[in-house]
Ligand binder design. Structure first.
Ligand code: FAD
Length: 470
């Protein structure tokens, strides 16, 4: 008979496969119970993710039931509130996987000390990265700020460690409750029902994550090098929300990729993107100040503009630049946006409109199902030029040329902006130049004129950037 009860604290790890804390608990205890602490205030500015969370909890609860494991969902204003109750209980051990954000790691450290003092058995496991967030450093013991050497070291380090043997979850002897205050899930869903469309695109479950990644690797990975930049096709894996909530572990993605025989350019590019995710997590943990402001301090004096009208036009997909507007509408409707278009829309906000990247970061945080603190902050600072290994501020995407290059037939734009469906291909990325009569289309009437002129906005951005160097 194994001793006492094992409890597992779930955060963003709604999976059975490679869920080290859960697997360890089932292998070492007859009775296992899992719990999730819902801090509603954490989701106030992450509305889309509340939809994903609701479905994740519902689906994972069912999945755990098959292993005789109860998933208790408790609501609290702080983790402390629940842990104060937990530490007064007897005869249990507690386990969880790490979340690689500075606040979470700090909590782990503080709470471990309390558990040690109380003589409560606990174990914290590696989270959803290939390497630990603080594992990769330069020879001189300082963190990397440039991607290529970071990833060269990190990939080798991961490969040298070798893959750990897959452990299997065991069925708990009987279903038990531990905290005994589980809440009803329905109120978790945001009141505003814009998310009803999400169901058409997503199914937040571990099973779907696995199916999708296998399908992508079989059918699209080899061409990823070319197709990943074309927003009108399904050229990327769309695995990001599943990764954000841990329906899949990045090691599983890695291992699935290793199964293919011919490792061409598509494979290499995809693995490198996984590397960017590792890099972002390394950055925010070595430089947590990034979470609050510019990594490059010279950007602290940048003359950002405050312009509510422009910000609203950007959010609503009404800037008059089709590729930007299509991206913003895709985001609102599906909770996801193609990476190429994320770069174009973000660049438009911080360069053409000169609105602070933090405004954009906040809006993406609220609308993205895959929002992830590390990737979003690093992504925005990369575009704005104030991050690590960032795109130089003076390299300004031309939204017309970006559209013509990556959506030459206007398929993506027409999908998200039906007002432009009759606009001829030649003008699809500059509809203000349409000279002839086009059915159901009148610029300034059913689709806006550009809110800023590209050349003027570009020059103003360059001037603002120059002012920094003085
Ligand atoms: C302004 C901006 C904000 C972003 N915000 C987020 C965010 O909140 N959450 C998020 O997961 N990604 C973010 N990204 C990165 C990237 O756009 C998404 O990871 C990608 O579009 C997800 O789609 P996918 O799963 O089909 O990607 P794929 O192309 O299939 O790539 C596979 C995985 O690699 C990782 N990855 C790919 N590109 C990047 C990248 N540039 N940086 C870091 N990791 C990457 C992701 O985990 C992704 O799921 C942002 C990028 C920009 C420019």
């Amino acid at each position: 008979m194994k001793k006492n009860t094992g409890i597992v604290w779930l955060r963003n790890d709604f999976r059975i496969l490679k869920n080290d804390a859960l697997i360890y608990a089932t292998q070492n205890h007859d009775h296992v119970c899992a719990f999730y602490i819902l801090k509603k205030k954490d989701f106030i500015k992450r509305s889309a993710q509340l939809w994903w969370l609701y479905h994740s909890l519902k689906n994972f609860k069912k999945q755990l039931n098959q292993f005789n494991i109860n998933l208790e969902i408790v609501e609290a204003n702080s983790y402390k509130e629940i842990f104060e109750k937990i530490i007064n209980k007897k005869n249990f051990s507690i386990y969880w996987n790490k979340v690689y954000e500075p606040d979470f790691l700090l909590f782990d450290m503080k709470f471990s000390n309390v558990l040690k003092l109380k003589k409560i058995n606990f174990k914290i496991f590696k989270g959803n990265l290939l390497n630990e967030a603080h594992e990769i450093k330069k020879n001189d013991n300082t963190p990397y700020k440039v991607f290529t050497p970071f990833w060269r070291t990190a990939e080798k380090y991961y490969l040298d460690k070798g893959f750990s043997k897959e452990q299997k979850i065991k069925i708990s002897k009987k279903k038990i409750t531990f905290l005994d205050q589980s809440i009803n899930l329905e109120p978790i869903l945001p009141k505003k029902k814009w998310h009803d469309t999400f169901e058409k695109f997503w199914n937040p479950s571990e099973e779907t994550a696995l199916e999708n990644i296998k399908y992508f690797i079989k059918n699209s990975l080899s061409d990823y090098g070319n197709s990943r930049d074309i927003p009108s096709i399904e050229g990327t894996s769309k695995i990001s929300p599943y990764l954000a909530f841990g329906q899949i572990h990045v090691e599983t993605i890695w291992e699935e990729c290793q199964k293919i025989k011919i490792k061409n350019n598509g494979y290499r590019k995809y693995i490198n993107e996984i590397g960017w995710r590792e890099f972002s997590h390394s950055l925010i943990n070595y430089f947590p100040e990034m979470l609050k402001g510019n990594l490059r301090k010279d950007f602290d004096d940048f003359p950002w503009q405050e312009n509510k009208k422009h910000l609203i036009a950007w959010k609503k997909g009404m800037t008059g630049y089709p590729i930007v507007d299509a991206g913003m509408r895709e985001l609102y409707e599906t909770g996801w946006m193609h990476n190429r278009v994320r770069m174009v829309t973000a660049s438009f906000l911080v360069k053409h409109l000169r609105i602070h990247w933090q405004e954009g970061e906040k809006y993406f945080r609220d609308c993205l199902l895959d929002f992830n603190e590390a990737n979003n902050i690093a992504g925005w600072q990369w575009v704005a030029g104030c991050g690590a290994d960032a795109a130089p501020y003076f390299r300004i995407f031309n939204p017309i040329l970006q559209g013509e290059r990556f959506d030459p037939l206007g398929e993506y734009v027409k999908k998200w902006i039906p007002e432009l469906s009759n606009v001829p291909k030649k003008f699809i990325h500059k509809p203000w130049e349409v000279a002839q009569d086009v059915k159901n289309f009148e610029i300034g009437k059913n689709y806006p004129k550009p809110i800023v002129k590209h050349e003027e906005a570009r020059n103003a951005a360059l001037k603002a950037f120059k002012s920094l160097k003085k």
